[in-house]
Design a protein. Sequence first.
Length: 363
Amino acid sequence: MTIPSTMKAGVLQDIQKLVLMEVPVTKPRKGEVLLKIGACGICGSDVRYYFGENAWSLHTLGFNEPTPATAILGHEIAGTVVQRGKGSSTRKRGDRVGVLAFKSCGACEFCLRGLENLCAYQYHIGHDGRWQEVDFVPGGYSEYMPVWEDKVFPIPEHISFPEATQLDGLAVAIHALKRSHLALGETLVVVGGGAIGLLVAQVGSILGAGSVMILDTRKKPLDVARELGIENAKNINKESISVAISNFTVQKGADVIIDTVGTKDTITDSLRSLNRFGRLNLVATSEEEIILKPTDLAGERIITTSANNLYENYPQAIELLSSGKVQIDPLITHIFPLDELEEAFRLVLDKEKNDVIKVVIVP
């Protein structure tokens, strides 16, 4: 196929300034392949980048790292290999692949311990300020994208490109549950019914949770949760987190709570709703200060965070999705062409009004 010299891409030029513009198609370098984008999801973290927050650096490094004005947003990506860079040999033209959207240094103390998700020297697709040698930071809100050959993974024909965009979130869900040490038969509560929350709830059930509850303030995610077989879906506008969890666990408290919202109230209410030896895992964080009492941690209760995912979680996600054990289609509420990126983002910015869970861009 003929690859054009320019393409359309959604560039985050400034805070709250996402512009669809014509940019050069970057040729793949040594060890890279060029993808024709099949689909790219709009992640909740993309909204945070839009408003000037670097969700990755806040959650992994503990501070806000600026996003450059040349960043093409989008990291939930699937597509087709159309060109190989020098020395690329493991992927061939025409391969349908999903993208593991970060590459760590491989040499720091965390990489050497197998904790590549905690590497401070990572390059990220779709937002990173560390790409000094490129005109535009590669991202999925585009028609073509270069990416490291060893970070693309073949996907079977029965997985559509829109479904495959959620492999990124599914890998995050797998890592969050492994970080939480969910044991067979334990109670799992998921705070927040967005795409990540709905994936965590599904994976928790697969991993053997005795019972699963999902909490949200909106009707749409709770309806989707029930469609996915999660019957304990509660509206916390009608009852508090603590009351909902107390009723769900017959006053024992939850063994594992995954907080995908990460506000002061969700964190404190969740921590105080744990069973003894319970684990609260924050999949979302902010710079907001919270007040805790030492007794909130009594009974060996634990609060921790989960940062992105390990490399190994991405192929695990492909295996789960391929098996049919995880459903993605009910999560995808809207699909837009790249030309309508502005409208797609407008819907996401007011997800409550527009009943949005996951919006996917298809160039």
